[in-house]
Design a protein around this ligand. Structure first.
Ligand code: MN
Ligand code: MN
Length: 461
């Protein structure tokens, strides 16, 4: 019997066949995040794969009988999605893998366009926790929707194709940065300085106009997308780093991409549930919006849409829905599928080296998150996570535990507490990563793969 504990290394636990599986999984995930650049695009990708795998719309299923083994999906306002594989009796509880689809980014302000310095610019308002200085001097893609005069939703995606133009936010040249370089990192680039250059040409415009470049640009927007300036007032546009995710390292063992937080866990949950058939307990893949701004709103986890969907399903069979929904939650187990911090060798001072997650050591279990005295966390129960550890060991999942930095260094939260408040057993379980919330983040393929493997055996059992 092993008396001590040593964190396992994925690569030392892996044979040739599994090494191949790690890299193949990494390639499928890399393609997924290269397309799923926003929460809306992620929902599109998830549902197209679910439909291919035989999932049917929940609202359609509610008109008939819902049977064990049925595969159902809910598209909630094109920003959140739920996949169900029905078990024997929903009232017994569910196995849920719950991830979020939104990621920190720059949103476009309602009245964004102006002209200055003979350029047209677009004002932004950052979404989620960002370091503003990270968003300058890098090619940016524009994604989003507006509704036109006929009430139709028009989609705009510019900057992902290598031939597409991109947007760009400037920074001050080093030659004149004497004052800027004395500022704190948080103030070197302010939120109001995150103005993206969107045009420079005024060919053919009225020379008397105060903003000929903007005039020309409005013409382009109108010809290409049928837009007027007024349409921006009610639009949802986001700026994200342009282009696909890339393999990192000469061994191709890592991936740099936008939105690993939390699309790396979303994708693991997606693959895990797509491959599932006839589970004993109802399996649920939750993909929610708004986690990065506190899970509020009707597309976030605090929203009522998931409870409503469960109530609709429970109402198909006899008995009080309220009581049965409560019983269902009491019997429910949840992996709050969200990323955690991996030890960064360039910033060792923020970690407890014994308790921080390490890259390449597998999926990470965080008993608690929160800040200061674990404030705001649900602190998972030992009986629940003890069982999980044994399940992961039995299925060859390489896993570790994590604590987000040193005590009193900072902290964070996830959707875990929301489902725990309803009575479910919930623990944070996700991929350790580096440069979290940066425009382009870093994960290891070994950890992404082990995250999938963990979710898979959790949903099956
Ligand atoms: Mn997250
Ligand atoms: Mn986050």
């Amino acid at each position: 019997m092993e008396l001590g504990y040593k964190r396992k290394n994925v690569w030392f636990e892996t044979d040739m066949a599994e090494k191949k599986a790690v890299f193949e999984y990494g390639e499928r995930y890399r393609k997924f995040i290269s397309k799923a650049k926003t929460e809306r695009l992620a929902v599109t990708e998830i549902l197209s794969r679910a439909k291919e795998a035989g999932f049917k719309p929940l609202e359609e299923a509610l008109r008939g009988e819902i049977k064990p083994g049925d595969k159902l999906y809910l598209n909630h306002k094109n920003k959140s999605a739920v996949l169900f594989v029905m078990g024997r009796n929903l009232e017994d509880g569910m196995n849920i893998v719950g991830a979020h689809l939104d990621a920190p980014r720059l949103d476009v302000k309602p009245l964004p366009l102006y002209e200055d310095g003979n350029m047209a610019l677009m004002k932004t308002h950052y979404y989620g926790g960002v370091k503003t200085y990270q968003w300058v001097c890098t090619p940016l893609a524009l994604h989003g929707v507006y509704t036109n005069a006929d009430g139709e939703t028009v989609h705009i995606n510019v900057g992902e194709n290598p031939d597409d133009p991109v947007l760009y936010i400037t920074d001050l040249l080093i030659h004149l940065s004497k004052d800027q370089m004395q500022k704190k990192l948080a103030e070197g680039i302010t939120g109001e300085q995150l103005n993206a250059v969107i045009g420079q040409c005024s060919f053919g415009a009225d020379k008397e106009s105060k903003h000929p470049v903007k005039d020309n640009l409005l013409g382009i927007l109108n010809r290409k997308y049928g837009m007027t300036e007024r349409d921006f007032l009610t639009a949802e546009f986001e700026l994200v780093p342009a282009g696909p995710a890339r393999d990192v390292g000469l061994d191709r063992a890592m991936i740099a991409g936008h939105g690993h937080d939390d699309r790396v866990c979303s994708y693991a949950g997606l693959e895990a549930i797509l491959n599932l058939s006839n589970p004993e307990r109802t399996a649920v893949g939750l993909f929610v919006d708004k986690e990065e701004v506190g899970s509020m709103g009707n597309t976030g986890m605090e929203g009522a849409f998931f409870d409503h969907a469960l109530a609709e399903i429970l109402a198909k069979t006899p008995g009080d829905v309220f009581l049965r929904l409560g019983r269902c939650y009491q019997g429910t187990r949840v992996l709050s599928a969200d990323v955690t911090n991996g030890h960064d060798p360039s910033f060792p001072e923020v970690d407890d080296p014994l308790n921080g997650s390490k890259i390449g050591h597998g999926v990470s279990l965080s008993k608690y998150t929160g800040s200061r005295g674990k404030s705001g966390c649900n602190d998972a129960n030992a009986e629940f996570i003890g069982g999980l550890g044994r399940l992961f060991d039995a299925h060859g999942v390489v896993w570790q535990t994590s604590e987000l930095g040193k005590v009193d260094q900072g902290g964070g939260g996830t959707i875990a507490y929301i489902l725990a408040n309803k009575g479910a057993e919930v623990v944070d379980c996700g991929t350790p990563m580096l440069s979290m919330h940066a425009p382009t983040e870093l994960v290891a393929k070994a950890d992404a793969y082990m995250t999938y493997k963990a979710y898979r055996c959790f949903l099956e059992n």
